[in-house]
Design a binder for this molecule. Structure first.
Ligand SMILES: *[C@@H]1O[C@H](CO)[C@@H](O)[C@H](O)[C@H]1NC(C)=O
Ligand SMILES: *[C@@H]1O[C@H](CO)[C@@H](O)[C@H](O)[C@H]1NC(C)=O
Ligand SMILES: *[C@@H]1O[C@H](CO)[C@@H](O)[C@H](O)[C@H]1NC(C)=O
Ligand SMILES: [Zn+2]
Length: 306
C-alpha cells in the first residue's frame, strides 16, 4: 500500500500547507509511519484521581497549552526575528532554544509525568493555590487544585473581560498556566527554564539587557506565546498598560525575606489572601504571594503573582 500511504502523506502535507513547514513534515511522517509508537509518550498523563469533569477541563487546558506552543513555533518560523520576538527575547536572541522549548512541550517525551487532582501534599488548602509542582515529593508530578476550575480561563477568552497582558497574570489562561507548570517538570525541558524576571516590565527589560536569560525565562515564554496568539483574534493584542509592580489588587504583603535561604511554608492568614513565601533557589526577585504559588525543588515556595 505504498501508493495510498504516500497519497495520504501528500494530502496531509497539502492540507497543512498554510502551517509551518515543521508541522507539515511531522504530519507527513506520522502518516507514513501510521501508528507512531513514540508519540504515545508525548501525552501529559492525567492521574486516576481526576474525575470526569476535572479530566475534561485539564485536557482542555493541555490542548490550549499546545495551541499556544504551536502558534509560537509557527510564528517564529514564519516571522523570524520580528518585532515580537525581539521585544520579548532581545535583538541578539537566538530563536533556536525558544523553538526547542515550545517543541518539547508539544512533541517531547513526557515520560511518567502526571497531572493529579487528589491534593496529595495538602497544599490546596492554602488561599489562592491553583496547583503546584510536587518538587522533591515527586519531581514528575503536578497537582491541580480545585480553584483552577473556577479561575482558569480558556484561550478563546484571551483579551476579553478587560484582561491586559501588561498588568494581569498570564496564568489566568489555563493553557499558559500549564505551560509554566510544564516548564518546571524536569523531564520536559531538563531544568533549562528559570525565573529570571517575572513581571511584564521586568521581562521586557530582561530582553534588552540579557537575551540569553530571556530565551529561557519562564514568564517571557508565557508572555510571548499569549501575545502572538492574542493577535489571531484581537488585531492589536491586549498588552495594555504596563504596571511596574503589584498586579491584581490582592493584598500582597511584600515579603522582604530576611535571608535568601528562607523557605517559608505558606501560612494561611484569616484576613488576607497572602501566603508569605521566599524563593530561595531561583535566580529572581522575591515575589510576595498571591494567586499562583508552587514549590521549587529545594522546597522553597514560589508565588508568581503576575
Ligand atoms: C469532580 O470532583 C470535584 C472535586 O471534588 C467536584 O467539585 C466535582 O463536582 C466532581 N465532578 C463530578 C461530575 O462529580
Ligand atoms: C511533600 O510532602 C510533605 C509531607 O506530606 C509536605 O509537607 C510538603 O509540603 C510536600 N512538598 C511539596 C512540594 O508539596
Ligand atoms: C545573563 O543572565 C544569566 C543568568 O542570570 C547570567 O548567568 C549571565 O551572566 C547574564 N549575562 C549578562 C551579560 O548579564
Ligand atoms: Zn515557577
Amino acid at each position: 500500500m505504498q501508493f495510498s500511504t504516500s497519497l495520504l502523506a501528500l494530502s496531509l502535507a497539502v492540507s497543512a500547507a498554510t502551517a509551518a513547514p515543521f508541522t507539515s513534515f511531522l504530519q507527513a511522517r506520522a502518516a507514513v509511519n501510521a501508528g507512531v509508537e513514540e508519540q504515545i509518550d508525548a501525552v501529559w498523563k492525567i492521574h486516576e484521581s481526576c474525575n470526569g469533569t476535572q479530566r475534561a477541563q485539564i485536557s482542555r487546558g493541555v490542548e490550549d497549552m499546545k495551541k499556544l506552543a504551536h502558534n509560537s513555533i509557527n510564528h517564529i518560523l514564519n516571522h523570524p526575528m520580528d518585532e515580537f520576538f525581539t521585544k520579548y527575547f532581545g535583538e541578539k536572541a537566538d530563536p533556536a532554544p525558544v523553538l526547542g522549548y515550545y517543541e518539547q512541550l508539544v512533541y517531547g517525551d513526557k515520560g511518567d509525568a502526571l497531572l493529579r487532582c487528589d491534593n496529595i501534599d495538602g497544599n490546596c488548602q492554602f488561599a489562592n493555590w491553583n496547583g503546584h509542582w510536587r518538587g522533591n515529593n515527586a519531581t514528575s508530578e503536578t497537582v491541580i487544585c480545585d480553584l483552577s476550575y473556577e479561575t482558569r480561563r480558556p484561550l478563546e477568552q484571551l483579551c476579553a473581560f478587560g484582561y491586559q497582558l501588561g498588568s494581569d497574570n498570564p496564568s489566568q489562561y489555563f493553557g499558559a498556566d500549564l505551560m509554566h507548570r510544564a516548564f518546571h517538570v524536569p523531564n520536559f525541558v531538563h531544568d533549562q527554564i528559570h525565573h529570571y524576571a517575572d513581571s511584564y516590565a521586568d521581562c521586557i527589560e530582561l530582553a534588552k539587557t540579557n537575551s540569553s536569560a530571556a530565551v529561557s525565562n519562564q514568564h517571557t515564554l508565557q508572555y510571548f506565546a499569549l501575545d502572538v496568539y492574542s493577535r489571531k483574534t484581537v488585531k492589536w493584542g491586549c498588552v495594555g498598560e504596563i504596571k511596574e509592580e503589584e498586579d491584581d489588587g490582592h493584598a500582597h504583603a511584600h515579603a522582604a525575606p530576611t535571608s535568601s535561604t528562607e523557605s517559608a511554608a505558606p501560612t494561611e492568614t484569616s484576613a488576607s489572601t497572602t501566603a508569605t513565601a521566599a524563593q530561595a533557589a531561583a535566580p529572581t526577585e522575591t515575589q510576595a504571594a498571591s494567586s499562583d504559588c508552587h514549590t521549587h525543588a529545594d522546597g522553597s515556595v514560589h508565588c508568581g503573582a503576575h
